[in-house]
Design a protein around this ligand. Structure first.
Ligand SMILES: C[S@@+](CC[C@H](N)C(=O)[O-])C[C@H]1O[C@@H](n2cnc3c(N)ncnc32)[C@H](O)[C@@H]1O
Length: 300
């Protein structure tokens, strides 16, 4: 019944109204969840401003048709709330209590579409960095409670001490890091994560292989374990063609497990539009048994 009502509303109402309603629903769902889990450690925060369209185009658009939608204020917040709620649920699933997280770092934070929502954890230290100086300038001006730094295409991250973060995130970033620097970045992420800390990271797997690649390219992917589209390729994502990054990096599941599993303990590999990896830096001083029940795959 609810499904039919939703479908009818989608047909009858103007798009902007649908976007508004969806944002309100997601925002409430996220806030209710965060409040319940964090209790006295929950802080109600204003989500902050929406970045200009040209910055959104470089971070979010898979194709031209999507850009108008993605740069609508309500869609920008709806996707942020939806994804941050899923991240919170992933953490809970693997028994990571949000109240035990004191510091969070996001590599490739873009316009802090996700990072800004972690401000609801009272007293948490939030740090974001990005290779694009325009994103960082915008974030520094508009989200003063968070530390933002510009980083180079290759590590090191000069601002980050060894073992300094409890939780790290790279959403839709390793998807754009060229293969010759992928392992350098994994080693750097391992350096700055504290022992026992969790790193959640997305990669382009099966869904993007079938969406972006042609038959020959798929064959090469299977043989080599990876395929890279550059910003010159007509089938690269729109944001990459616009110069948001130089590359779309697609890898097979086996290759991802081989490479990422050499630097971290792999807790889960969650399939979806982008596949999400839940990675842990082992702590030899503390023995922890992690939940091994897989987190549900993303439906698309
Ligand atoms: C698709 S966007 C995702 C932005 C953000 N994580 C989000 O979910 O909204 C990819 C971001 O990664 C950044 N990026 C790409 N390569 C990077 C690197 N080597 N170091 C830091 N940031 C990088 C890009 O500038 C861009 O802001």
């Amino acid at each position: 019944m609810l499904k039919i009502a939703r479908k009818t509303a989608k047909i009858l109402l103007p798009k902007t109204t649908v976007y508004y309603i969806k944002r309100q629903l997601q925002e409430k769902r996220f806030q209710k969840y965060a409040q319940e889990k964090l209790e006295l450690n929950y802080r109600s925060v204003d989500p902050g401003p929406v970045p200009p369209k040209e910055l959104i185009a470089k971070t979010a658009a898979l194709n031209e048709q999507e850009l108008d939608k993605q740069s609508n204020n309500n869609v920008y917040f709806e996707t942020g709330y939806l994804e941050i709620l899923r991240l919170f649920q992933i953490l809970e699933h693997f028994s990571i209590n949000l109240r035990t997280i004191g510091s969070i770092y996001e590599l490739g934070c873009g316009t802090a579409r996700l990072l800004r929502h972690f401000r609801c954890i009272e007293g948490v230290r939030l740090v974001g960095s990005d290779v694009n100086p325009k994103m960082i300038e915008w974030c520094q001006k508009n989200l003063p409670e968070i530390e933002f730094y510009h980083n180079e295409l290759k590590p090191p991250l000069g601002f980050a001490q060894d073992d300094s973060f409890d939780l790290m995130l790279a959403s839709s970033v390793f998807t754009h890091i060229p293969l010759d620097t992928q392992e350098l970045w994994l080693a750097e992420m391992q350096r700055i994560l504290r022992p026992g800390g969790i790193f959640i990271c997305s990669v382009l797997g099966k869904f993007h292989a079938s969406t972006l690649l042609g038959t020959r390219q798929l064959q090469e992917l299977e043989t080599k374990g990876s395929f890279t589209l550059t910003s010159e390729d007509s089938n690269a994502t729109y944001s990459t063609r616009l110069g948001g990054s130089g590359w779309d990096v697609i890898q097979t599941r086996a290759e991802i497990i081989r490479v990422f599993g050499s630097y971290f303990q792999m807790i889960d590999y969650i399939p979806g539009v982008q596949d999400f990896l839940v990675l842990r830096k082992p702590n030899p001083a503390v023995s922890v048994v992690m939940n091994t029940v897989p987190f549900p795959a993303q439906k698309f």
